[in-house]
Design a protein around this ligand. Structure first.
Ligand SMILES: Nc1nc2c(ncn2[C@@H]2O[C@H](COP(=O)(O)OP(=O)(O)OP(=O)(O)O)[C@@H](O)[C@H]2O)c(=O)[nH]1
Ligand SMILES: [Mg+2]
Length: 319
C-alpha cells in the first residue's frame, strides 16, 4: 500500500496517525519527505457495510503502508531522485492511497475543472500499472463550510475514477477507519509480511538522521532546508551504571560554504537549538538518554550530482 500525492498534503502525518508512531518527519514545508518509509499497521477494522467478505464483521490483519516523497515537477537531481522514490513505489504494492488536500479554493472547484497535474501523473501511472486506488481528501478541517465537502468528494470520485473517496483530518486522526475499511476491500488476503512487533523497515540510525533534518526544516528559511542532508556518522552505546546511553555523532551536509555559517548560527545558536530539539525527539524514539554531537560539513554542489547524492545518503542502492 503506497501513499502518494503532491508535496505537503499530509501523507506523512497520515502514515504516523495510522501506525500510531512517529515514523516519518512532518513539517509545514513542502518536499519534506525524501525517501520511502514503510509503516506497518497491525489491528482490527470494521468491514464496510457492503464488503463482500461480510457486512458488520471486522477484519484482523496487517497492512504495510509506504510513505513517499511528494510528487512534483522535478528538475534537480535530488528532486528527480525523490520523484523516482515516489513513483517507483507503485510497482511494489497492491493498491495506492492517493492523498490530496481540501481547502476553500479546492472546494470552489467548477464541475468542468480538470485534475491537477500531480494527481493526473499519479493516475496515469496507476492505470498503466493496473493498480486500484482510494483517494484520501485530507485537511477537511480547513473547509469552513462543511456543505462544500460532499461536492468535492463527488468531484474527485467522478474525475479521478477512484474506488472510494474518504475525507480525513490526519492531524486530529479523523477518518482513519474509513481509510482502513476501503483499503481492506482492495487488498488481497495473504500471510503478514512483517512480524507483529515490527513497525518499519527503517533503522533507528535513519530515523534519527531524519529527526535532525526535521529540525533543520522547521528552523531554516527559504531554500536552505533543501540544501541540507543529515548523515549519522557513528552510533555507540555507553553503559553508565544501570543506564545505557546512546552517543550519536551526525553530520549536517550543506551545498555551499556560505550556508555553513547560517546552519551554525550566531555563536552556534542555530545548531545548538537544532541539536537540543532533535536530541529530545531521538530520546523518545530509542527510549534512552541520548547524546547528540552535530557538525556541519560542506559537500560542494551535493544536490546536483549523483556522487553528491550518494554522499548525502540518497544513493540509488538505498531505495
Ligand atoms: N489543518 C491540517 N493540517 C494538516 C493535516 N494533515 C497534515 N497537516 C499539516 O500539513 C503539513 C504537511 O504535512 P506532511 O505530513 O509533512 O505532508 P506530506 O504530504 O508528507 O509532505 P511532503 O513530505 O513534503 O510531501 C504539516 O504542517 C501538517 O501538520 C490536516 O488534516 N489538517
Ligand atoms: Mg512527507
Amino acid at each position: 500500500m503506497a501513499i502518494l500525492g503532491r508535496p505537503n498534503v499530509g501523507k506523512s502525518t497520515l502514515l504516523n496517525a495510522i501506525v500510531g508512531e512517529k515514523l516519518a518527519i512532518v513539517t509545514p514545508k513542502p518536499q519534506t519527505t525524501r525517501n520511502r518509509i514503510v509503516g506497518v499497521w497491525n489491528g482490527e477494522a470494521a468491514l464496510a457495510a457492503d464488503d463482500p467478505r461480510g457486512s458488520g464483521r471486522t477484519a484482523r490483519g496487517q497492512i504495510v503502508f509506504v510513505d513517499t516523497p511528494g510528487v512534483h515537477q522535478a528538475r534537480s537531481p535530488l528532486n528527480r531522485f525523490m520523484l523516482r522514490e515516489a513513483m517507483g513505489a507503485i510497482e511494489d504494492v497492491n493498491a495506492v492511497l492517493v492523498v490530496t488536500e481540501a481547502h476553500e479554493k479546492a472546494a470552489a472547484l467548477p464541475p468542468s475543472a480538470r485534475l491537477p497535474e500531480a494527481e493526473s501523473w499519479i493516475l496515469e501511472r496507476l492505470t498503466a500499472a493496473g493498480k486500484p486506488a482510494v483517494l484520501c481528501l485530507n485537511k477537511v478541517d480547513k473547509v469552513k463550510d462543511k456543505g462544500q465537502i460532499l461536492p468535492l468528494i463527488e468531484w474527485w470520485g467522478r474525475v479521478g475514477k477512484f474506488s472510494a473517496v474518504v475525507p480525513t483530518c490526519a492531524t486530529r486522526k479523523q477518518g482513519l477507519d474509513g481509510i482502513l475499511q476501503e483499503l481492506l476491500r482492495l487488498l488481497p488476503e495473504g500471510p503478514p509480511l512483517y512480524g507483529p512487533d515490527v513497525l518499519t523497515d527503517r533503522t533507528q540510525r535513519f530515523l534519527a538522521s531524519e529527526l535532525v533534518r526535521e529540525q533543520l526544516f522547521l528552523r531554516l528559511k527559504q531554500e536552505l532546508p533543501y540544501a541540507t542532508a543529515v548523515v549519522v556518522e557513528s552510533w555507540n552505546e555507553r553503559k553508565k551504571g544501570d543506564v545505557v546511553d546512546v552517543v550519536i555523532s551526525a553530520s549536517i551536509i550543506v551545498d555551499r560554504e556560505s550556508q555553513k555559517a547560517i546552519v551554525v548560527g550566531k555563536r552556534g545558536a542555530m545548531i545548538r537549538d537544532v541539536g537540543m530539539a532533535a536530541r529530545k525527539e531521538i530520546g523518545e524514539l530509542v527510549g534512552r538518554p541520548v547524546h547528540l554531537r552535530l557538525n556541519v560539513r560542506v559537500e560542494e554542489g551535493w544536490t546536483g550530482s549523483p556522487a553528491g547524492l550518494a554522499e548525502a545518503g540518497y544513493g540509488e542502492s538505498d531505495t
